[in-house]
Write a protein that binds this ligand. Structure first.
Ligand code: UD1
Ligand code: UDP
Length: 360
């Protein structure tokens, strides 16, 4: 059996892994390397537990520090594992520091790299994930792409035969786990003070963690000012990187309409997507899930990461500005149920077929 080393480290990668690993392990030996980039229980272990992801074979325990420190340490440690395991291929997802470190370690050892979610482009190196995704694409042998726009970007950069349009494994996971939801996944929210809050019947779902939105009080405060005006409570599970700022700003601004909670597990998160009136986010994953569930979404970000979600204002970009966010939230939106740009919910099968063909 051929051996694949898969490198993951961050929350969205665990979700994609859940979809892909289930299929991959039918025909390959998978060795799973968790870099340790995300490490809190509800940023990491909770996903492995509730999505039945096999335990990592290696957890490198590398997190925090500067981007260079984190990526450099990961590169060294992954290289050591690859020397030991000698896989036929290395598999990475998305655009985190763990993705780049895995890809660089492998290509230097002449191990072919398969990049799932290849081809996304913003057009600016100010975004740290853009650096990771472009460099990863340029050292990868197999480019597995979620949507047609990704194929176009890669072709413009000179790739051709290595590109396969497979659909989005996030959509696979969304379909698979949505079918299992029965409402018991989240009946109450846990605030940072430990207080339990019943889940409101009517709600907005918000996540906001990007450094572009959370590195100063002023930026996050504009977003809080906007969503505090909405006509139902806003449930905001906070990423640990901006927890302190979010708690302080909410108290200072008296933003009673915003419910801050610990990060929730995946099933609770997609339950919130299904229950929400609308979604406010800067997450690449959540803006797609809003689209999958046909919920209007406002993405507070300067660039369209997933242009397919933006037809008919289904997902709109907003500036970090109270008025602009509220304007976008009130705009009329129309979903076309026949427009399915993220595949058929079976991207994992196509990913594994592409790997099989490549290795044969
Ligand atoms: C990373 C990804 C980003 C992705 C996000 C998903 C990069 C460059 N960015 O950003 O694309 O959207 O993951 O959630 O890789 N922390 C904890 N506990 C944890 C995880 C993080 O306390 O379990 C804190 C640490 O102080 C850490 C900070 O959050 O320094 C930022 O974490 P990091 O992994 O560097 O970046 P993310 O913002 O999570
Ligand atoms: N998510 C979650 N719990 C939360 C917030 C988000 O499970 O408290 C899920 C969300 O449903 C989506 C994924 O995490 O599937 C998105 O990850 P994140 O926003 O961290 O990263 P990005 O997609 O922006 O890279």
């Amino acid at each position: 059996m051929k051996k694949i080393c898969t490198v993951v480290g961050a929350r969205p990668q665990f979700i994609k892994l859940a979809a892909v690993s289930r299929v991959l392990r039918r025909g390959f030996q998978e060795v799973l390397i968790h870099t340790g980039q995300h490490y809190d229980h509800n940023m990491s272990e909770i996903f492995f537990e509730e999505m039945d992801i096999p335990k990592p074979d290696y957890n490198l325990g590398i997190s925090g520090g500067t981007h260079g420190q984190m990526t450099g340490q990961m590169l060294m440690e992954i290289e050591a594992v690859l020397h030991k395991e000698n896989p036929d291929m290395l598999l990475v997802f998305g655009d985190t520091n763990s993705t780049l470190a895995g890809a660089l370690a492998a290509v230097k050892l002449h191990i072919p790299v398969c990049h799932v979610e290849a081809g996304n482009r913003l057009g600016t190196f100010e975004n740290p994930e853009e650096v990771n995704r472009i460099l990863t694409d340029h050292v990868s042998s197999l480019h597995l792409v979620c949507t047609a726009s990704g194929v176009e970007f890669l072709k413009r950069e000179g790739f051709s035969s290595s590109i396969h349009l497979v659909g989005d494994p996030m959509y696979d996971a969304f379909c698979y786990y949505s079918a299992q939801l029965d409402g018991s996944e989240l009946d109450e929210l846990t605030g940072f003070d430990g207080v339990k809050i019943p889940l409101p019947d009517s709600l907005y779902y918000m996540t906001c963690h990007r450094q572009e939105n959370t590195d100063t009080d002023e930026k996050l405060d504009q977003i809080f000012q906007a969503v505090n005006q909405l006509d139902a409570p806003v449930v905001y599970p906070v990423h640990p990187r901006n927890r302190e700022r979010a708690v302080r700003l909410r108290a200072a601004g008296g933003y009673e309409n915003i419910i801050l909670t610990l990060p929730v597990g995946y099933k609770a998160s997609i339950l919130l997507v299904h229950r929400a009136k609308k979604i406010v986010t800067d997450s690449g994953g959540l803006q797609r899930e809003a689209f999958f569930a046909q919920k209007p979404c406002v993405t507070v970000f300067d660039y369209a990461v997933w242009p397919e979600t933006m037809v008919n204002r289904c997902n709109q970009l907003a500036r970090r500005d109270r008025g602009d966010i509220l304007d976008k939230l009130s705009a009329p939106v129309q979903f076309d149920p026949d427009y399915r740009p993220f595949g058929d919910g079976h991207a994992a099968e196509k990913i594994v077929e592409s790997i099989q063909t490549f290795l044969n």
